[in-house]
Ligand binder design. Structure first.
Ligand code: ISJ
Length: 460
């Protein structure tokens, strides 16, 4: 099947109409859940010879995309705007047949965006040739998307689905044998960067800074992405397991989810490693995490940064008065869930409509959970101290449909597959005045643990 690819770089931002966009045709049909005996994770396992799938999955439900019908890349400060313009044009002109309806049906793109304006990473939207979706409300569907002259039909969509199932179902083996080496900075160098960050905070330059580091895993055998994704999805059921063109992981943090006119976010900041917890102390997380002024302060910066930016899009916002303790297999986090009813805003066509998921992701990125407070000072200090191109790490990752519904998580607890046997992992920590560099380094290992385990490498 044909696919098209476009790329826009450099400033200034072109007008909507100047961005070349393919004419997309899509068909969405209901899929009998019996055709997905192992659910969406089983589907990822059963299609492992069809290349790296696009994945967005939490508990049993989400989206799996196979193949590529069209894609778009952009870099620089305008990366979000351009991607939105491209997607708006594709959505506006797409021919579609959709007998299912609801979020995630019809034209759909997965995406991943660079954390930083000056990153070498190409931010992207990817329109898969086939999308299989299941939702909490029981809908199960199949969408075929193509830029061919002949639009897809229900019959071609079902035939393409059947042709995908190329492997016996069942959990593939995680790789075994690999070594972890330093990325841009050694552990000691990174602790020096944290100490420098603490000094700058003490000097009053800023309140909070998130510093990240990378490590590289060299594997003895080629990584099987289906095995990694299956392991993450089974182990980290409360996280959103994602995969977009070599960026894979399982994030606990939701930047923004839009369903009709309601937006939801899950803000995290404040972390406690479960590996170091006493076995016979059930209140440990509550006491140590919730009771810590440092952790509560880190959390407050993160939640305030989101609320400040979300407020102009809503009149009705609900956030719990106190953060709760979120338990994951590797760590506990302080978490807050936010719900906002979105305002109608006048669009260029004069119609009123609420902002879509991608527009909100652009408006909210980067929150203080991954950058700091104030944002601009923290972003400058990150480039000065980290010596790291974060690439897509800590940027938005997720999907958007043609009505503006979508989910954009923050790409945390993940890796970029740089070659079949090389994965680069990233993890960062919120730094405040009371931070201790050695404790922050340990925290990065706790955050690397999900990917290290999924890659079959001895966890630190
Ligand atoms: C930056 C990361 O995580 C973020 C930082 C946290 C913290 O400092 O406590 C907690 C959750 C995330 O918001 C990461 O996982 O790399």
């Amino acid at each position: 099947m044909a696919s098209v690819s476009s790329r826009v770089a450099g400033d200034p931002s072109p007008a909507d109409t100047e961005i070349p966009a393919p004419l997309l045709s899509t068909v969405t049909v209901p899929l009998d859940p019996a055709r997905l005996p192992g659910g969406l994770v089983g589907l990822v396992e059963a299609t492992r010879r069809s290349g790296l799938p696009a994945v967005w999955l939490r508990r049993e439900n989400g989206l799996v995309g196979i193949g590529t019908a069209a894609r778009f890349e952009a870099s620089g400060t305008e990366r979000f705007t351009r991607a939105r313009q491209w997607w708006r044009r594709v959505s506006a002109t797409a021919r579609r047949e959709n007998t299912v309806g609801g979020p995630g049906t019809g034209p759909l793109a997965f995406g991943s965006f660079a954390f930083a304006d000056d990153s070498a990473f190409e931010s992207r939207l990817v329109v898969p040739a086939l999308v299989i979706g299941t939702a909490d409300d029981g809908r199960t569907w199949l969408t075929q998307q193509s830029v061919d002259e002949h639009p897809p039909t229900a019959a071609t969509a079902l035939a393409a689905f059947e042709a995908l199932l190329d492997s016996p179902p069942g959990r593939p083996d995680v790789p075994s044998g690999g070594r972890v080496r330093d990325g841009s900075l050694s552990g000691d160098q990174w602790m020096d960067a944290v100490a420098a960050g603490v000094r700058r905070i003490s000097a009053g330059e800023l309140h909070k800074l998130v510093l990240a580091r990378d490590v590289v895993v060299d594997l003895d055998t080629a990584v099987e992405p289906a095995a990694v994704l299956s392991d993450l999805a089974h182990r980290y059921r409360d996280c959103w397991t994602y995969s977009v063109e070599g960026l894979i992981g399982s994030t606990p943090e939701m930047l923004i989810k839009v369903e009709d006119n309601v937006a939801r976010a899950r803000v995290l900041a404040g972390t406690l490693d479960r590996a170091s917890a006493p076995a016979d102390d059930p209140d440990y997380a509550q006491r140590v995490l919730w009771g810590s002024t440092k952790q509560r302060q880190e959390h407050e910066f993160a939640i305030n940064s989101l609320l400040d930016r979300l407020t102009s899009y809503t009149d009705t916002m609900t956030v719990s008065s106190e953060p709760f303790v979120l338990e994951l297999p590797n760590v506990w986090h302080l978490a807050s869930d936010v719900t906002a009813v979105l305002n109608d805003a006048p669009s260029p066509t004069g119609k009123h409509r609420t902002p879509g998921a991608l527009a909100l992701a652009e408006a909210l990125h980067p929150t203080a959970a991954v950058c700091g407070t104030p944002t601009a000072t923290a972003a400058d200090l990150i480039s000065e101290l980290e010596h790291l191109d974060r690439g897509p790490y800590a940027g938005p990752v997720g999907w958007v449909d043609s009505t503006g519904n979508g989910e954009w998580g923050i790409a945390l607890r993940g890796a970029v597959l740089e070659s079949p046997t090389t994965a680069r992992l990233y993890a960062g920590c919120g730094i405040v005045e009371a931070s201790d560099p050695a404790a922050e380094l340990r925290e990065t290992w706790a955050k690397f643990r999900p990917m290290l385990q999924a890659l079959g490498v001895q966890a630190h």
